[in-house]
Every structure is written in structure tokens, then in C-alpha cells.
Ligand binder design. Structure first.
Ligand code: GLP
Length: 265
């Protein structure tokens, strides 16, 4: 099996792995390393987590390390990127439920340290809840690492393509958003039919994501190849949200499998 190869696409570091499992393992390695460094240095590690199909193997890997005793979440605090709105936490389609199933129930993380935006807040309280989420992250000293996936339209979290200037986009706080048509089409896979897709969500803002001390972008599979190439090689624009990662390229690593890297040239 060929080894990984590191590319430098403009200022961005891109590591291409032989397969998705190897890319996921590398993401888990990096997260475990952040925990091992941050806990003795600051007393805690603050992780920004993602949902979707892509990070599932990362969580399997982290859960296996916790089970084996080589990684503890006792001093970890987590913040998830996003949640559908409105949705109940026990709804199997909620991201709270996803996180419970894939990670929280499998590791020694205290429930009150696992933050997922609350899909049950009354509409009138949603803006306040979103602002509070940003304050909690800041009170925890900011994110040590943010794990990201990428939507086929380039979204990060649920920060959807926008006509804002890059500077305005980079400053967006945590907030309620309408999902983009491409995102809704992709969500049919989980929701079963277009009519069942919940069209709104709460998402961590671009500001908080870009402020993380390190960022891991994990993208696998051929469907992500066009948007990965656009984000890394096209213009830095809010029309391709992930392209904004290039404004903080020195703290970002892109972990890809061969198919996702296919259009990087
Ligand atoms: C979802 C999530 C994103 C995720 C992306 C890609 O809608 N809100 O945080 O990164 O879309 O999902 P997947 O990994 O399933 O392709």
C-alpha cells in the first residue's frame, strides 16, 4: 500500500492517504495529540466536533483508544458545529443523537461538557442561545482543534455559500441559518424524502471556526473532489465557504483520500 503524500497547494497543507480509513486514523491521531498536549498545559482540551458520514470512523477510532485506556475524555470539553432546527435531542436524525451514538456514549466525557446547539430552544430564544454558545467557547479559552467536513457546496458546519465579502463572512457568529438547496438534497439520504428534510439549522459561526488554534479538514470519496479543488485552488470567496480556510492556512491541515484529492492536479 502506498504511503501518504503531502502536497502544498498554494499556502495550504494537504495530506493524501491511501484510503479513507487511513485519513480518519490520522485525524484521530491529531485529536488525541491535542488532548495529550492541552490537558497538562491548560487543564483541559477543547474540541470542536463535526457530524456527517465522514467523521464516523474518526469517532470509532477515538472510542477504541478510550476503551483501550490510551485516551481519556475526563478533561475534555466539546462543542459541535451544528444542529437542525427545530429538532428533539432524542430524534435519531438530530446531531445530538448522532454524537451520543458515535462518541459521547462510548467515552468518559462528562455530559455537561458535551455542547451541542439546542434544537429545542423556542424560536424567540434562538439568537440568545447562539450568542451564549459563542460565549461558552470563549469562556473555555477557545477551541484547541476544530474537526471539519465539507459539504458538496463547500459549506463548513452549516455556514452555507453566501454573497457577503470574505471579511464579512469570516466574522459571522453562531446563528440560525436556512439550508442551501444542495445541502437539503444531500440530507434526503438521512431524512428519507425531500419533504422530510428540516430546512433550518443552528450553526457555529465562521468566526469561531477560523479562531480555533488548529483545524482539521477531513474529506473523503469522489463526490468531494470538485469542491475540494475549488476550495483550495479557486478564489477565496464566501461563495465557497471552505475557501476561507486559506486565510488561516498555517493552522489548517487537509486530510484527504485519493478520490477526494483527484482534481488537485
Ligand atoms: C453536513 C454537516 C457538515 C458536514 C457536511 C458533510 O450537512 N452539517 O458539518 O461536514 O454536511 O457531510 P458528509 O460527511 O456526510 O459528506
Amino acid at each position: 500500500m502506498p504511503a501518504e503524500r503531502t502536497l502544498h497547494v498554494a499556502d495550504s497543507t494537504v495530506i493524501v492517504f491511501p484510503d479513507a480509513d487511513a485519513a480518519s486514523r490520522a485525524a484521530a491521531d491529531r485529536i488525541a495529540r491535542v488532548v495529550a498536549e492541552a490537558v497538562p498545559a491548560r487543564g483541559k482540551a477543547v474540541l470542536g466536533l463535526a457530524t456527517g458520514a465522514t467523521p464516523e470512523k474518526v469517532y470509532d477510532d477515538l472510542a477504541a483508544r478510550a476503551k483501550a485506556g490510551s485516551l481519556s475524555f475526563r478533561h475534555v470539553v466539546t462543542y459541535n458545529l451544528d444542529e437542525y432546527y427545530p429538532i428533539q435531542p432524542l430524534d435519531p436524525l438530530s446531531y445530538r443523537y448522532y454524537m451520543h451514538r458515535n462518541l459521547f456514549s462510548r467515552v468518559d466525557l462528562a455530559p455537561n461538557r458535551a455542547h451541542v446547539l439546542d434544537g429545542t430552544v423556542p424560536e424567540a430564544a434562538a439568537a440568545g442561545h447562539a450568542a451564549e454558545f459563542d460565549r461558552w467557547i470563549e469562556a473555555d479559552g477557545g477551541l484547541d482543534v476544530q474537526l471539519l467536513g465539507i459539504g458538496r457546496n463547500g459549506h463548513i458546519g452549516f455556514n452555507e455559500p453566501s454573497e457577503l465579502s470574505p471579511a464579512e463572512f469570516a466574522d459571522l457568529p453562531t446563528r440560525m441559518v436556512d439550508l442551501h438547496p444542495v445541502t437539503k438534497a444531500d440530507a434526503v439520504r438521512e431524512f428519507g424524502s425531500p419533504d422530510a428534510v428540516i430546512p433550518r439549522a443552528l450553526t457555529m459561526g465562521v468566526r469561531q471556526i477560523l479562531a480555533a488554534r488548529s483545524i482539521i479538514m477531513l474529506a473523503t470519496g469522489p463526490k468531494k473532489a470538485p469542491i475540494v479543488a475549488q476550495a483550495l485552488k479557486g478564489p477565496v470567496t464566501a461563495a465557497v465557504p471552505a475557501s476561507l480556510l486559506r486565510t488561516v492556512a498555517d493552522k489548517v491541515v487537509w486530510l484527504l483520500d485519493g478520490p477526494a484529492a483527484a482534481e488537485l492536479g
